[in-house]
Design a protein around this ligand. Structure first.
Ligand code: FHN
Length: 423
């Protein structure tokens, strides 16, 4: 249940539809391997999966020196991909702060040879690039802090933990730092609330409401103190979902860099996912895991650039689209997105002609989004004794303009209406 009424502050996020998730931390140095062995887990979980003692894991900080990190290049990549916001791991479950922190020396400025604050550089580059900067903060799990959750190999005495002390001495002070050191923050992305109490979730929400009332909060804060819902990782809702929601998703399997994870999706799959997620009403938060030297792996860069080329041409069918409509049958040719007055048919499986069942509105104009001079012929038929649904024949051009997805725009009159199936 959502316990916040503010709506207007969601406007930028509803318009955005596509964001860049960045998982970056000490785990990138391990790159999925520990003591010469690959660890079977996502890269950022290596400390827990290999039960690496805090004192050993901490040594990574002494070697973490991302000299090739260039905030502008990261922001430029997000812009090239057509993304409108960046959510970066300020602190993941390993407890290491990737920002300047006065309340814990376990941070990138004080504990690494790098000595710079990449979040400050990103804030500056995001401001210049027109991208909203947002922070991920692991509020419940912190494997470095004896009183937080998650580390049962260094700190096995669960009963002796004082989680409120961790909140008081580390988590809330760090949240204050994140909310005061980098200018306006678009949203805070909390994660894995676990057994957090309602009062504790309230505190994590309140610090944001107090310091940056316009900053959004995702649902993983726990106990309903959110502005929008995060779905499960890579879990696309099966149907149109009329809520403010976002899906965190990967390009390969891992979130944090893992050198042996080559399970890349291809650009076509990513574009189809973007369209499908937007059509169901969601935002797509797509992840990259930079290396420890500050570079983003080439396959990630290439994929985001390819997606961006498509978005650049077809952005009108992405940004600001709203949930639905839901057609009551499978669309063999592709998928739909929608804004009032315009229905966008994304043709993934090209064909000379097909029938769109169910659209009740009169279509006044039909054309290709990539080229509004290319007229698309549509012939509409109302329901009759043998056809329980409206039918519209759509005749596509001979040559398929885009091998991945060609968008047909249908401008229609009135309130969008689609026939339902009837028994
Ligand atoms: O445990 C994390 C995981 O490492 C990653 O950060 C994802 C991203 O949504 N969130 C948690 C698992 O759901």
């Amino acid at each position: 249940m959502k316990k916040h009424a503010g709506q207007d502050k969601l406007a930028w996020w509803r318009e955005a539809k596509f964001g860049l998730f960045i998982h970056w931390g000490l785990y990138a140095l391990a790159a999925g391997n520990w003591k010469g062995q690959e660890v079977q887990s996502v890269g950022e979980w290596i400390m827990k999966r290999a039960a690496i003692p805090v004192r050993e894991y901490e040594l990574l900080a002494g070697q973490f020196n991302p000299v090739k990190f260039n905030a502008k290049e990261w922001v430029d990549l997000a812009v090239a991909a057509g993304m409108k916001y960046i959510v970066i791991t300020a602190k993941h479950h390993d407890g290491f702060a990737m920002f300047r922190s006065a309340c814990s020396g376990y941070n990138i400025v004080d504990a690494t040879p790098y000595r710079r604050d990449p979040m400050a550089e990103l804030a500056e580059a995001c401001g210049r690039g027109g991208i909203k900067l947002c922070f991920y903060y692991s509020h419940f799990q912190d494997w470095h802090h004896p009183d937080a959750f998650g580390n049962d190999w260094d700190y096995p005495d669960a009963a002796g933990k004082d989680f409120d002390r961790y909140i008081r001495e580390k988590a809330l002070p760090q949240m204050r730092e994140l909310l005061t050191q980098y200018g306006p923050i678009g949203l805070i992305w909390y994660d894995t609330p676990g057994e957090i109490t309602e009062e504790q979730s309230r505190q994590f929400a309140s610090v944001i409401r107090e310091l940056q009332p316009d900053c959004l909060i995702n649902s993983r804060v726990g106990h309903g103190f959110y502005d929008y819902i995060s779905t499960g990782d890579n879990a696309v809702p099966a149907r149109v979902f009329e809520a403010d929601w976002e899906i965190p998703a990967t390009l390969n399997h891992t979130w944090g860099f893992k050198e042996n994870d080559h399970n890349w999706k291809d650009a076509g799959e990513l574009i189809r996912l973007l369209v499908n997620i937007n059509g169901k009403g969601g935002n797509y938060l797509l992840n990259v895991g930079p290396r420890a030297d500050g570079t983003i792996p080439e396959p990630s860069v290439r994929l985001l650039q390819e997606v961006g080329r498509w978005v650049k041409t077809n952005g009108e069918a992405i940004y600001g689209t709203i949930a639905g409509p839901e057609f009551p049958y499978e669309l063999a040719w592709g998928d739909v997105t929608h804004k009032p007055g315009k229905l966008f048919l994304h043709i993934f499986n090209w064909r000379a002609a097909f029938v769109l069942f169910g659209l009740c509105n009169r279509v006044t104009r039909a054309y290709l989004l990539a080229d509004s001079n290319t007229h698309v012929t549509v012939v509409q038929h109302p329901t009759n004794a043998s056809q329980a649904m409206h039918r519209m024949q759509v005749y596509l051009p001979q040559v398929q303009p885009d091998p991945i997805a060609t968008v047909v725009v249908l401008e229609y009159e009135g309130e969008l209406a689609v026939d339902r199936l009837q028994a």
